[in-house]
Design a protein around this ligand. Structure first.
Ligand SMILES: *[C@@H]1O[C@H](CO)[C@@H](O)[C@H](O)[C@H]1NC(C)=O
Ligand SMILES: *[C@@H]1O[C@H](CO)[C@@H](O)[C@H](O)[C@H]1NC(C)=O
Ligand SMILES: *[C@@H]1O[C@H](CO)[C@@H](O)[C@H](O)[C@H]1NC(C)=O
Length: 482
């Protein structure tokens, strides 16, 4: 009787969920099937990097009707992951996380924000490494740890962004990774991976990779080693090839990675319209033994002209752009059954090299692996937990129909759009939610009405600009980035 009651009570709260993923060596693995998981993602940053405002009372995952609209659009596109850059841990994300979960879509969360005191700065990183900053990152972990579709946390994004920062940032960035991993270890009931999202600056990329993923022998459990490594890469523009886009160089450089590697942003817009030709290469056997997919930059159309969807601020309607249709057709070309049913190799994963200054090949890149100690109070916060504690949980959603208006690129309204609630353990992929969407045949893809600004800003990739802006001011961003 007692058992039965318990089961009924449990049953009442059971909602279909995606399987929480695990990291095994070089790959993400779905523990339910034993198969590899490859990220098919989109950067989800409505409003751009400047769109986050703590006082506004909203963040990208706090408005149910907006999330329902976007989850449906992304489910139809065929993605299984979103990357969300700026979240406020004190808001309630239950509805949005539950909607994306039901749609079979995972979330990668950046624990930082562009606001002062909410990110490690690339300039004088020691000045931003203090307890209230770390408390904020732990609060994001608390807010998202209970959702089965939380895939990973980025402890930093392009914090190493210029040659000067290779000298100062690495130990601090590795220390932040350590602190967040310590928090996860103590307070999460599964090992949610924590890692870094690097700028694809080839002169320092592989040193960055080795610095963050090597193993410190005197540490228990490699607590400061990144669990995943990702890069924001824009080297494939327009019509190109594996070699011309220097993807061969990336595959060679990451071949023996001890952790999963993937693109945390891709989708160069220097050649318009974007054709997303790299998609078929990223998920081909040229790449997929080393890479675990990637995240296309980005969902919403902003001044820098990378959008798949144009959002209206006045009536919250969304208009799909031709880029959306083109990307969708690239995803549709792939054999998802085959891609998501690969087994990780039975042989042991590549072992992480021991951290040693010999791993560092660039002059000026920091090769000191003695990390800064935690700032005062941080050990205590890690021990006792963030107070008050943000708490997230999967909740029921009453209605899966999108109420906000969504238009196809040709201007026709898409009727009857809804999130298709997937079965337990099911993950989204192309074709699961299938509706016909026509491109606007009278225009070239990817261009928006504000083309002039767009062209000017195209070279400044917002994710890179984001944290640099905090540290250096907007002018420095323009003059120093790449
Ligand atoms: C820690 O984070 C929580 C949740 O965001 C917040 O309410 C609290 O004020 C923070 N504490 C400190 C010391 O920063
Ligand atoms: C390495 O970093 C640690 C911690 O910041 C510092 O105490 C030590 O002096 C550094 N060693 C060298 C050789 O710079
Ligand atoms: C289609 O593209 C043309 C040319 O760019 C543009 O003038 C027109 O407004 C677009 N139609 C819709 C419905 O957006």
């Amino acid at each position: 009787m007692l058992l039965q009651t318990a089961l009924v009570a449990l049953g009442a709260t059971l909602v279909a969920a995606v399987p929480p993923l695990e990291v095994k060596g070089q790959y993400f693995v779905n523990p339910k099937t034993g198969n590899r998981f490859q990220i098919v993602g989109v950067a989800y940053q409505p409003g751009g990097s400047a769109g986050y405002n703590k006082e506004s009372g909203i963040d990208p995952l706090s408005d149910e009707e907006v999330c329902l609209r976007d989850a449906a659009i992304l489910q139809v596109l065929g993605v299984n992951t979103i990357r969300v850059y700026n979240v406020n841990p004190d808001l309630n994300h239950d509805k949005c996380a539950s909607i994306f979960n039901a749609a079979g879509i995972y979330m990668i969360l950046d624990v930082n924000s562009p606001l002062v005191g909410e990110a490690l700065t690339s300039y004088n990183p020691w000045e931003s490494y203090y307890d209230t900053y770390l408390n904020r990152t732990f609060a994001v972990v608390e807010a998202f740890k209970n959702y089965p579709n939380t895939l990973a946390f980025f402890a930093g994004n392009e914090v190493i962004d210029r040659p000067e920062t290779t000298a100062t940032v690495p130990p601090y960035m590795r220390a932040v990774t350590r602190d967040i991993k310590n928090y996860v270890k103590r307070h999460c009931d599964r090992k949610i991976p924590v890692g870094y999202s690097a700028a694809d600056v080839r002169s320092s990329l592989f040193d960055t990779f080795r610095y963050f993923t090597c193993s410190l022998e005197d540490e228990d459990d490699d607590i400061s080693q990144a669990d995943i490594f990702a890069l924001n890469s824009y080297s494939w523009c327009g019509e190109s090839t594996f070699e011309e886009a220097t993807y061969d160089d990336l595959v060679a450089g990451f071949k023996d990675s001890p952790v999963p590697v993937f693109f945390s942003e891709y989708g160069c817009n220097e050649v318009l319209p974007r054709i997303f030709q790299e998609v078929t290469t990223i998920y081909s056997d040229k790449m997929d033994t080393v890479f675990s997919g990637g995240v296309v930059y980005e969902y919403t159309q902003e001044a820098n002209n990378y959008g798949l969807v144009d959002l209206s601020s006045s009536d919250k309607s969304a208009k799909l752009l031709n880029d959306y249709v083109v990307l969708r057709s690239q995803y549709a070309k792939l054999d998802w059954e085959a891609i998501q049913s690969k087994k990780p190799p039975s042989s042991d994963a590549p072992k992480a090299p021991t951290c040693d200054s010999k791993l560092i090949t660039t002059k000026g890149f920091n090769s000191n692996f003695t990390l800064p100690v935690e700032p005062p109070n941080v050990e205590d916060i890690i021990k006792k937990g963030v107070k008050p504690t943000p708490k997230g949980k999967i909740v029921d959603i009453d209605n899966w129909e999108v109420k906000l208006k969504v238009y196809a690129p040709d201007g026709t309204e898409i009727k009857g759009l809804k999130v298709k609630k997937l079965k337990d353990d099911e993950i989204n992929r192309a074709g699961v939610n299938d509706i016909t969407i026509s491109a606007n045949s009278t225009t070239s893809a990817g261009t928006s009405s504000d083309d002039e600004d767009a062209e000017e800003d195209a070279a400044v990739r917002p994710a890179a600009a984001l944290f640099t802006a905090v540290a250096m001011g907007a002018m420095a961003v323009l003059t120093t980035l790449f």
